[in-house]
Design a protein around this ligand. Structure first.
Ligand SMILES: *Cc1c(COP(=O)(O)O)cnc(C)c1O
Length: 408
C-alpha cells in the first residue's frame, strides 16, 4: 500500500474501530479474567481502551492493578475503619517490609512530596500546619534547594506548601545557598547522572549542614532494592509512586523515612481538614490496595519477570525488523523506568511516514495500541512491562502490519 492509500484508509479506520469493538480480541488471561463478562463501561461511554506498549504514564492512567490488589480493594469497600488507625497500622507494616523507620500511604509521589515538605517545616506544631502555605512571620523555613539539572514539573508539589525553590549547579553553589532559611534539599533520582552532584555526595553535604533531605524515586522500581536503598543510605524522606512499577492504585504513593517528619506530615493529611493536604485524600481502599500491591510486588520473581520482558521485546523487535528499512535497539534507562525499552527507527526513504503518522495508525487500529515518544520524527519506543502477558503478540503483529503497509 502506498502512502496515499494508507492515509485514505486511515480516515476509514475510526469508523471500523467503532463497530468492531476491541475487548473481544484481547486474550483472556489470568489477569484479564476479572473483567470478563462484566458490563463494558468504557465502551458505553464511547471511550477508547488500548494496549499500553508505552509505559507508566499518568495521562494513560498508569498501570493495571493485579488481582490481589483488586481483592483487597473490594474487601475494604465493604467495611468501615478509622482512617488514622488504618494509616498507622499500614504504615507500620510497610516500614517493616521496606526496612525503614516509618511510612505512610499518600495519594501519589507528588502528594508524598507535598506532605513530606509540610512535615519538615511544620514539625508537630498545629498552628504552623494551619498556616501553610503562608510562611511569612511563622518562623518556618522557606527554601528548598535542588540542582538545576533536577528541575522537573513535579517540584511544584513542594511549592504548594509555600517553599521557594533555590536552584544550584555546583557543590560550591550548594554550600553557599544553604542558610537558616533552608528547609529541605531535594534530589531527583532519575536525573542522578545529569547533575554535577550525585546521590551520595548530595546527602553528605546535607548531613554536614544538618539539612533534611528528600529524594524523588517516583518511577524507580525496578529494581526492587530501590525501595530500601535510599532510606538505608540516609535520605530522610523517600517518595515513590504507587501506580507505576509497583502496580498499586494509580492514586496512591509512598512516603518513607524518618518517623518525626512523616508523623508531622500526617498532620497535614486527611482526615484533618484545615490543612494543605486535605485535597490529597487516599481512602481505605487505596491504602489497603497499596499495601497489598507492595506485598505482591515484593513476592514477585523479578528475575523471571525481567526475562519475560526481554523475550517480549525480542519478539516485537524480530517482527518489525523483518520489514526492510526498520532497525531496533534495546536500551535500559539507568535509574527511572529501568526496564528493557525498544527503540524502533526507520529509514524515511523506505517507510515514508513520521512517527506521529504511524502512531496515529496504531491508535486507530483494532485493537488500539499506544507506544512512547522517541528521540525524533522517525523513531518511537516500546516497552512491554505494562502489557497483559500475551498482548506482545498483538503488538508485534500490528506493528509489522502497519510498517509493511506504510512501506513505499
Ligand atoms: C510520576 C512521577 C511523579 C509523580 O508521581 P504520582 O505518583 O503520579 O504523583 C513525581 N516525580 C517523578 C520523577 C515521577 O516520575
Amino acid at each position: 500500500m502506498n502512502r496515499r492509500d494508507l492515509l485514505k484508509n486511515m480516515s476509514a479506520l475510526p469508523v471500523l474501530g467503532a463497530f468492531a469493538g476491541t475487548a473481544k480480541l484481547l486474550p483472556i488471561t489470568e489477569e484479564a479474567e476479572g473483567t470478563a463478562g462484566a458490563k463494558d463501561y468504557f465502551k458505553d461511554l464511547g471511550i477508547r481502551t488500548f494496549i499500553n506498549a508505552a509505559g507508566t504514564y499518568t495521562f494513560m492512567t498508569g498501570s493495571l492493578m493485579r488481582p490481589e490488589v483488586m481483592t483487597a480493594i473490594n474487601y475494604a469497600s465493604k467495611e468501615y475503619v478509622l482512617l488514622d488507625e488504618l494509616q498507622d497500622k499500614v504504615g507500620e507494616r510497610i516500614a517493616q517490609l521496606l526496612k525503614c523507620e516509618y511510612a505512610t500511604v499518600t495519594s501519589g509521589a507528588a502528594a508524598a512530596m507535598t506532605l513530606g515538605a509540610a512535615g519538615v517545616i511544620t514539625g508537630m506544631d498545629e498552628k504552623k500546619v494551619a498556616a501553610l502555605p503562608f510562611l511569612e512571620g511563622t518562623g518556618m523555613k522557606s527554601e528548598v534547594i535542588m540542582q538545576k539539572a533536577h528541575e522537573i514539573a513535579y517540584a511544584h508539589a513542594m511549592q504548594n506548601v509555600g517553599l521557594k525553590i533555590i536552584y544550584i549547579e555546583t557543590r560550591e553553589e550548594l554550600e553557599k545557598a544553604i542558610s537558616d532559611k533552608t528547609a529541605l534539599m531535594y534530589f531527583l533520582n532519575a536525573n542522578n547522572f545529569d547533575g554535577k552532584i550525585q546521590v551520595e555526595e548530595f546527602l553528605q553535604i546535607a548531613q554536614k549542614h544538618n539539612i533534611p533531605t528528600m529524594i524523588d524515586c517516583a518511577a524507580d522500581v525496578p529494581p526492587v532494592e530501590n525501595l530500601w536503598k535510599y532510606t538505608g543510605m540516609g535520605y530522610d524522606l523517600v517518595c515513590f509512586s504507587g501506580g507505576k512499577g509497583i502496580r498499586g492504585p494509580q492514586s496512591a504513593g509512598l512516603l518513607l523515612g524518618r518517623k518525626k517528619y512523616i508523623q508531622a506530615a500526617r498532620l497535614s493529611a486527611p482526615p484533618r481538614g484545615n490543612t494543605i493536604g486535605r485535597g490529597l485524600k487516599v481512602n481505605k481502599e487505596e491504602v489497603l490496595g497499596m499495601l497489598v500491591a507492595l506485598e505482591t510486588y515484593l513476592a514477585t520473581d523479578h528475575a523471571k519477570e525481567w526475562k519475560m520482558w526481554e523475550t517480549q521485546i525480542k519478539l516485537i523487535s524480530d517482527a518489525v525488523t523483518s520489514v526492510p528499512g526498520i532497525t531496533t535497539s534495546v536500551h535500559v534507562p539507568p535509574v527511572a523506568n529501568h526496564i528493557p525499552t525498544l527503540h524502533i527507527t526507520w529509514d524515511p526513504a523506505k517507510v515514508p511516514a513520521t512517527a506521529a503518522q504511524i502512531r496515529e495508525t496504531l491508535r486507530k487500529g483494532n485493537p488500539s495500541i499506544e507506544v512512547a515518544d522517541g528521540a525524533n520524527q522517525h523513531t518511537f519506543n516500546v516497552t512491554t512491562w505494562m502489557l497483559v502477558p500475551g498482548q506482545e503478540k498483538i503488538v508485534a503483529a500490528q506493528l509489522k502490519k502497519v510498517f509493511s503497509e506504510t512501506h513505499g
